[in-house]
Design a protein around this ligand. Structure first.
Ligand code: SF4
Length: 377
């Protein structure tokens, strides 16, 4: 028996022993404060990142998984150690968790916790003849262009379908081969009709069957993007000009067709404006009370945290805060609905936070009203 114990001491710990050691570590060291934690495998990989208002309680709950196939139990089996750090508040924990997930992409954090019920985005796909797709948020191909957020995926999908029809953009399978008219070497290699009703009824330019050149398609896409951006009436002006030209040439049938398209686009402009979420409403200075007075100030502009710092304790700190406010809020920013992909999740997190806790808005101040706060500190 004694010899066996010696062997047991020399061999690597079993999974159960490892889990028991992690549980002891949490029991002995963790306290119930807001924080973020990382589950780390034996080769150093961060396999999971989480956050909690009460780190100790949350971590101990992992060890109570009833079934081995539960996510918590699976994470523990892959982990060799748990690390955590405390942050001043639940809001800080949420932000830190998001940033760590984006940085390390842990495999058990399969998807970002998006509030997908409320918002969607319009993605412009990459590749030849890009198309518009309504999505909940960015996927792994982070280099695509996104517009939004918009409210209500169904209404947005209908509006996008209409926009595609008016501008002749495609909406078929992303991997469908395109054959532009300016690819003469391919011209005989494909059928002249795609067997697609949208081409037949002139709702798509037909980039798959040489129905347009690359340049013609790109021009229509540029119009669509300007329209989605909400900053430009380009497509409407373009159609009005075309309609006038058709009328001048006495092409009344074409002019009537263009007039109908114009009306639909004008209606769509209003529709997109109603569906667009006003990110400008998420622009303010947000003071969050922290654990044991560790209050933190977040400078939020257009739904993204642009800077953060501890609540000023001295005159010099207050001056620094005012300087930062000036840096963040003074530069003019184009009021565009195109949003950098890497900022989408933070914007969704912030909008979801203030919707779940509307009372938190009382802790916010317009950037111009912050001088008394800074001076009083
Ligand atoms: S015409 Fe071709 S490119 Fe256009 S939607 Fe149909 S299949 Fe797609």
């Amino acid at each position: 028996m004694r010899a066996l114990s010696k062997v047991a001491l020399l061999r690597p710990p079993t999974s159960d022993e490892q889990i028991a050691a992690m549980r002891s570590h949490v029991r002995d060291s963790a306290v119930d404060r807001p924080g973020v934690y990382r589950m780390i495998s034996s080769d150093g990989e961060i396999v999971y990142v989480g956050k909690s208002k009460r780190v100790r309680s949350r971590l101990l709950s992992y060890f109570r998984a009833a079934f081995p196939e539960e996510k918590g139990a699976r994470i523990l089996r892959d982990a060799e150690r748990i690390e955590w750090e405390y942050v001043p508040s639940e809001f800080a924990a949420l932000l830190t968790e998001l940033r760590l997930i984006k940085r390390f992409r842990p495999r058990f954090n399969v998807a970002m916790k998006r509030d997908g019920r409320n918002y969607c985005f319009i993605k412009v796909t990459k590749g030849p003849a890009p198309k518009l797709v309504v999505v909940r948020g960015p996927g792994v191909d982070d280099s695509a262009i996104y517009y939004g957020p918009f409210m209500g995926a169904l209404g947005v999908s209908e509006a996008v379908r209409e926009l595609n029809d008016v501008l002749g953009l495609r909406d078929c399978a992303t991997d469908l081969r395109m054959n532009f008219a300016d690819q003469p070497e391919l011209f005989d290699a494909f059928p002249r009709t795609p067997g697609c009703i949208r081409f037949e009824v002139k709702k798509c330019l037909g980039p798959c069957v040489g129905g347009c050149t690359t340049q013609q398609y790109d021009h229509r896409l540029t119009l669509a993007r300007a329209f989605l951006d909400g900053t430009d009436d380009g497509p409407i002006e373009h159609l009005r000009h075309e309609m006038q030209q058709a009328s001048d040439r006495l092409e009344y049938e074409r002019a009537a067709l263009l007039r109908d398209k114009l009306k639909r686009l004008e209606a769509l402009r209003g529709q997109f404006a109603r569906l667009r979420f006003a990110v400008e409403t998420l622009s303010f200075v947000y003071t969050v009370p922290g654990h044991e007075g560790a209050d933190r100030i977040y400078l939020i502009r257009r739904g993204r945290v642009r800077a953060e710092l501890d609540r000023p304790a001295t005159g010099a700190d207050a001056a620094r805060l005012l300087g930062l406010i000036d840096e963040v809020f003074t530069p003019m920013e184009r009021n565009t609905s195109q949003i950098p992909t890497h900022e989408i999740d933070e914007l969704l997190l912030l909008s979801s936070w203030f919707r779940r806790f509307p009372g938190e808005l009382e802790r916010t101040s317009a950037a111009g009203n912050i001088a008394p706060l800074a001076a009083a500190s």
